[in-house]
Each structure stands twice: as C-alpha cells, then as structure tokens.
Design a protein around this ligand. Structure first.
Ligand code: MTE
Length: 309
C-alpha cells in the first residue's frame, strides 16, 4: 500500500495452475488420512463445521494464501511474510481482553478455544490494493468471546492490537507504520455473526504469515481491517486509532467497508484482480460490502458511506 501496491505480482501468478496444490487434492488427502493415512499434506484436521455464511466459490490454493501476503511486520513484499514469519514464536501465546468488560483478564489459546465450536468460513478477502482471494478460514465468532467476558453497557467500540516483537519481526525496524499494528470496529460490527477470530486455515492451524495463532477476519471490509496475531482486545467508548488511518487519514478511513463506488484517492475500487486467475485474467467487478450486504448493510442505515469511508 505504501508504494508496493502496483507491483503486486509474484511467481505464483505465472505458475501453471496444475502445479499448485489445490483444494480438492487437500480434501482428498484429508479423507485418506482419516481412512488410515497415506503420504499427503500433514493435516492436523481441526474438524471444523461448515457454515451457512461460506461462499460456494472455489477457494484459492493453500500455496496462494500462504505465499502472497500482507504482514508488514515481516516486510512489505508480498513474499516477505512467507520468508520471515516463521520467526514468530506462537507457543504460550496470550491475549489480554480488557477495557469495558465484566471479566477482564489474560487468555491462553487453550482458554480461548475451550468451549468454542470451530467452524469453517469460506470468505472472500478483498484487499484495498485491488486484489482478492477466497480463503477457507477456521474460527469462531468474535461475539462468542465478547459474550464470555461480558461487554459493559458503556462499550461502543472494540480495539485490537498485534504483537510487537522487534527480535522476531524483521519488518518493524522500518517505520512504514507506527507499530504495533492496531485496528478497531464499532461494537455492532464486532458482534455481527460474519466477524470471526480465525485460528485455522484449510482445516490446519493458521500459518504464521496469515496471522498465527489468532487473527480477526471481517469479510465485508478491506483486508487491512483483519488484523493478525492479536495480543490485546479492548472494549472502549471512543473510536480507537487504526494503523492505516493514522498513516494516511485521507486514504484509509475507520470504516473501510468494501465499496466499488468510493475510489481510493490513487486508484479505482470498482474492480479487482482475483489471485490465481493468471496474468491475462480479466478484472472482476467489486461488490458492495464485498458481497455481504444482506448481512451487514443495515449496520450503516442512514450513514453517508462516502463521508464515513
Ligand atoms: N495485520 C498486521 N498485524 N499487519 C499487517 O501488515 N495486513 C493487512 C491484514 N492484517 C496486516 C494485517 C492487510 S493489508 C491484508 S490485505 C490482510 O491482513 C492480508 O491477510 P492475508 O495475508 O492472510 O491474506
């Protein structure tokens, strides 16, 4: 986004599709493993339940999803996170949940996952840079966790923060953003059933470059709202600061709903390039709220979405 946005092609765009590990192969591998095991992708098999919120569109390959990333803490190149994010230590991860809640505290991943039912959510991801993917996340609704901690009546927003580990995060020595990466949602957006915390991908634990061990996924907003590797969640009464808005307030608003009729000041948002389509593929039309209007349009009734972009 800060300069590299035009230059977002990498090797996978020019690799023949047949060379990629596709979803069907993975699923066949999973079935075979369940039947006694053959050589194949090492699936931890999280056993996630399917969901009515999933799109039926064909997901991108695991290869695409894990090699074409934005995770600036590990560098600004699309392939930097795949190269560098293995340094992130996720053992013993803790998430502090606080602010306007009845039960503030620090949660281990075990605490978080105990008592939740993991679901597979196959969502469209539309990056503000103009590319998109279909990603089979595994996770649970953020509202589950918020209900467990008890949101107090004064809370209006939810603030999120990514880990900041200069020893492990090779990209934070560059001041491209003001670290740590922070994001936020209005409380009703956070409580919407489409908003999930993802801990898996393709029925495996989520890879580091995709935001291990726990990241937000808000499918009707530009991808930068979906903050990775979360260590803090805070309920507030004030709109929290958000990383891209702090850096370029004219270009990135707090809401950042996918909206084909509100252009980025430097490029159109009317169309998008689906990763994996190949170099000659046509751009496809971008959908209002990334196609999730039936579930979320009412959150913005009466709001001017060009003003509250
Ligand atoms: N979270 C953190 N902490 N740092 C980042 O640089 N990039 C965002 C978002 N979450 C980012 C982040 C952007 S711009 C996008 S498009 C998505 O992550 C990309 O998610 P993916 O790499 O899993 O597809």
């Amino acid at each position: 986004m800060a300069g590299r946005w035009k230059n977002d092609l990498n090797w996978s765009d020019v690799t023949p599709k047949s060379a990629w590990l596709n979803r069907r192969q993975i699923m066949a591998g999973a079935g075979a493993l369940a039947l006694g095991g053959i050589a194949g992708p090492a699936l931890a098999n999280l056993g996630a339940k399917p969901s009515r919120y999933s799109t039926v569109e064909e997901p991108n390959t695991l290869e695409h999803i894990t090699t074409y990333n934005n995770f600036y803490e590990f560098g600004t190149g699309k392939d930097d996170p795949a190269q560098n994010a293995h340094r992130l230590t996720t053992d013993g991860w803790e998430v502090e949940v606080g602010g306007l809640v009845d039960k503030p505290g620090t949660w281990t991943m075990d605490d978080i996952l105990k008592g939740t039912t993991l679901e597979e959510r196959i969502y469209r991801l539309r990056c503000v840079e103009g590319w998109s993917m279909i990603i089979p996340w595994v996770g649970f609704e953020l509202s589950d966790l918020l209900n467990r901690v008890g949101v107090q009546s004064g809370a209006k927003y939810v603030a999120f923060e990514t880990a900041l580990r200069p020893d492990e995060m090779t990209g934070v020595s560059s001041r491209v953003l003001d670290w740590p990466y922070v994001e936020g949602l209005r409380l009703d957006e956070a409580m919407n059933p489409l908003t999930i915390l993802a801990t898996g991908l393709y029925d495996e634990p989520i890879p580091n470059q995709n935001g291990a061990p726990i990241r937000l996924v808000v499918p009707w907003k530009y991808g930068f709202k979906s903050i990775k590797s979360i260590v803090r969640i805070t309920l507030t009464d004030d709109e929290p600061p958000t990383s891209w808005n702090k850096t370029q307030p004219r270009e990135y608003g707090f809401y950042s709903n996918v909206n084909p009729s509100v252009d980025h000041p430097r490029w159109s948002q009317a169309t998008e390039r689906r990763i994996g389509g190949g170099l000659r593929a046509r751009r496809i039309p971008t959908l209002m709220f990334n196609g999730y209007g039936a579930e979320v349009a009412e959150l913005y009734d009466g709001m001017d979405l060009a003003k509250h972009f």
